[in-house]
Unconditional design. Structure first.
Length: 678
């Protein structure tokens, strides 16, 4: 039977013994939603989630990672405002040396960009403790974001468990016009599908328009598939992919990857690239998309080009082509954060950096930086145009700023004009670049940067430290600073729960809302007792105090639709767990966060009837009377809302697969694994 590309890669990686309750017959489509387990070829972590992932990996007690390749990146927190940050870096470096991982040093770049350049292999599986791991789909990987504990298990050779996603096909036709960019493709999709449209689904791109997109452009699209809530997104591996890998000096890892002729998708979305115009996601959600022409004229105070979405050489070149010979407006501050050290070096060699510096751009480090609120926060009530992927309220570090997500072209044109500007309305000379108005990693036909220059730069792995031999690794001592505390564990759930509602939240609550990032909080990523104090700070500044008053001894959180969208940070489960949250009852959950709740022993219950949500208020008491029975049998949960003498009964849907139920019975994934669970 004809299969989609995603199905083919899934089938090649199925771990049949671990696919509980699901019978998978090779070559036959797997039932959507069925529980499956896949072998993981590669893993990646970044520093902000990595410390917890490795603290957990250490407790598994194996001498060396069992994947084909595992990389530990440092890119999120590189500020080093005191000892804590560099202590984390040294811990991560010593772990990599001890357990056979590659180590990407601070300054080498953002994990997703570097992985694409140096390690990605078409047709392989990649699990990363970062929600934008699906960037690897641009090079035809099945690349999935997950919590650190799931990644730790995969590094130990364990399978990754998931519900078989629906496969949505996105047929691309035509070609992008000048001034329109890959970012506009994914913004168009976000406006059609919304931030929850992709939950439980994969977006697979195909059609005649694919060939016109470079690998970095494809990676921009798959990167922001995370904002659709998708499990992953994927492009075929074709001659363009081969050329990209050749230029990166890794042509030998190329293989063709494509769907079978006549493969059936769960739905097909049509996008004619030539009909697209520049778009922007308006504050405060990636799906609040408007055509740039509608927003044109809005005064801008800040512009930033970078993040794992748009920080390739293509992106910087596109911006440079627009600003060359011009200067940013007096009311604007502008910065660029190149995606990797290789991009920075290539941009320097090609004269792109000079163009940007002369135009007034500040050069930020090759790291996540402003994307995760680490510096470059906008002014109060500022309007910041960013080429990033998330514009959740307050994430930039300025609570009342309005962040717009745009393409590098729109960012550059607006920086010069001082107001939001559609790049296609600007006259800019792109003749010295390629036909698409940019120096492409594929053609490299700008006179100042030859293909061999690009290859030589890309192959300079001076900031990557290769795994040690087993003998050398045995001599390594792990370096642990005083801020690095062991990962706490949850108590197992009882048969009943009776606990107050400490928070009632609305729809699309993000993990940034549950556990913020930024300069104040990130230094505590390896110290749960300290970071827990920031739990829900953005929604209810008193949450910690309330949990303390309740003796950290049990409480419930209520959520709306798509609870826990966004980042993969398991701190958004660990913080609540530490403060005594035993259950989250929501209309629906985002995939990664739901898995993290389960992994840390917090019960996710879905309202069977949305109406029940309206009948609950903070300080009500919620009783769940059949927890163990539901975890054993899979039956629904029986709940009661108690307000004085007023009792309201309602049903909670049991959306947990067999393995998740077993994990919750054990009190979390660590305990489940210790007891021999797979
Ligand atoms: C993000 O973009 O929110 C992050 C920071 O990269 C997170 C991971 C984290 O919180 O450390 C993600 O997307 O998973
Ligand atoms: Fe880093 Fe931002 Fe990408 Fe997250 S979204 S990995 S913080 S650049």
């Amino acid at each position: 039977m004809a299969l989609t590309l995603a199905e083919k890669i899934i089938q090649e990686h199925l771990v049949h013994d671990a696919c509980k309750e699901t019978v998978c017959v090779r070559g036959t489509p797997i039932e959507r939603g069925a529980h499956i387990a896949v072998r993981i070829d590669q893993t990646l972590t970044q520093d902000a989630t990595g410390t917890m992932a490795y603290l957990q990996f250490e407790t598994i007690g194996i001498p060396r990672v069992r994947t084909e390749l595992s990389v530990s990146y440092v890119d999120h927190n590189t500020l080093q405002t005191d000892f804590k940050n560099m202590d984390d870096h040294r811990y991560l470096q010593s772990i990599a040396a001890k357990y056979g991982l590659w180590f990407s040093r601070p300054g080498n770049g953002i994990c997703h960009q570097v992985h694409l350049e140096r390690f990605g292999v078409p047709g392989k599986t990649l699990l990363g403790s970062d929600s934008h791991t699906p960037t690897g789909g641009g090079i035809s990987m099945m690349a999935i974001g997950a919590g650190g504990l799931d990644v730790a298990v995969a590094m130990g050779g364990g399978a990754f468990h998931l519900a078989m996603p629906k496969i949505y096909g996105v047929r691309l036709t035509g070609a992008l016009r000048k001034g329109v960019s890959a970012k506009d493709i994914i913004l168009e999709l976000l406006s059609r599908e919304t931030v929850k449209g992709g939950v439980g689904a994969v977006y697979e791109y195909f059609g005649s328009g694919v060939a016109s997109l470079t690998v970095p452009q494809r990676a921009t699209v798959t990167n922001m598939g995370a904002e659709l809530g998708a499990t992953f997104s994927i492009f075929p591996s074709d001659e363009t992919t081969r050329a990209f890998l050749d230029v990166m000096g890794r042509g030998d890892v190329w293989s063709e990857q494509k769907a079978d002729e006549g493969a059936a998708y769960d739905k097909v979305i049509e996008i004619d690239l030539s009909s697209l115009t520049a778009r922007a996601a308006c504050p405060h959600s990636p799906d609040a998309v408007q055509p740039v022409s509608v927003l044109a004229g809005t005064p801008v105070t800040q512009v930033c080009i970078g993040s794992c979405t748009n920080s390739s050489l293509d992106d910087l070149a596109a911006a440079a082509a627009i600003v060359r010979g011009k200067h940013i407006a007096p009311n604007v501050e502008a910065g660029i954060a190149p995606g990797s050290r290789a991009v920075l070096l290539m941009a320097e060699k090609a004269g792109i950096l000079g163009d940007l510096i002369r135009a007034g751009f500040r050069i930020l480090e090759s790291a996540c930086g402003p994307c995760i609120g680490m510096g470059f926060a906008p002014n109060s009530q500022g309007v910041s145009l960013r080429t990033f992927n998330r514009n959740f309220k307050g994430r930039s570090g300025t609570a009342d700023a309005g962040v717009y997500l745009v393409s590098p072209e729109t960012a550059a044109a607006s920086a010069v004009a001082g107001v939001i500007t559609d790049p296609s309305s600007c006259a800019y000379e792109d003749a010295c670049w390629t036909a698409q108005g940019r120096v492409s990693l594929l053609s490299g036909n700008d006179a100042r940067l030859s293909l061999s220059d690009i290859t030589a730069t890309a192959k300079d792995d001076g900031m990557l430290i290769a795994p040690l031999s087993e003998a050398e690794a045995a001599r390594i001592e792990i370096i642990r600073g005083p801020n690095i505390k062991p990962c706490p564990s949850a108590a197992a759930l009882g048969e009943t729960l009776s606990a107050p509602v400490l928070l009632k939240a609305g729809d699309n609550i993000t993990t940034d809302d549950i556990m913020p990032a930024g300069t104040k909080v990130l230094p505590f990523r390896s110290n749960i007792p300290e970071i827990a104090k920031f739990t829900f700070e953005r929604i209810d500044a008193d949450f910690y105090k309330k949990a303390e008053q309740a003796g950290f001894s049990g409480c419930v959180v209520i959520g709306g639709e798509n609870y826990g969208q966004g980042s993969s940070r398991e701190h958004a489960a660990l913080g609540p767990m530490y403060l005594g949250v035993r259950a989250v009852i929501a209309k629906s959950f985002a995939r990664i966060h739901k898995a993290n709740l389960i992994n840390f022993g917090i019960l996710p219950v879905a309202f069977a009837d949305g109406g029940a949500y309206d009948c609950i208020a903070e300080q009500d008491v919620i009783e769940i009377t059949n927890i163990q029975q539901a975890l054993e049998s899979g039956c629904d949960f029986v709940l009661r809302r108690i307000r004085g003498s007023d009792v309201y009964e309602f049903t909670g849907s049991n959306t947990l697969d067999v393995r998740s139920r077993a994990i919750l019975r054990a009190g979390g994934l660590a305990a489940y694994t210790r007891h021999g669970g797979q």
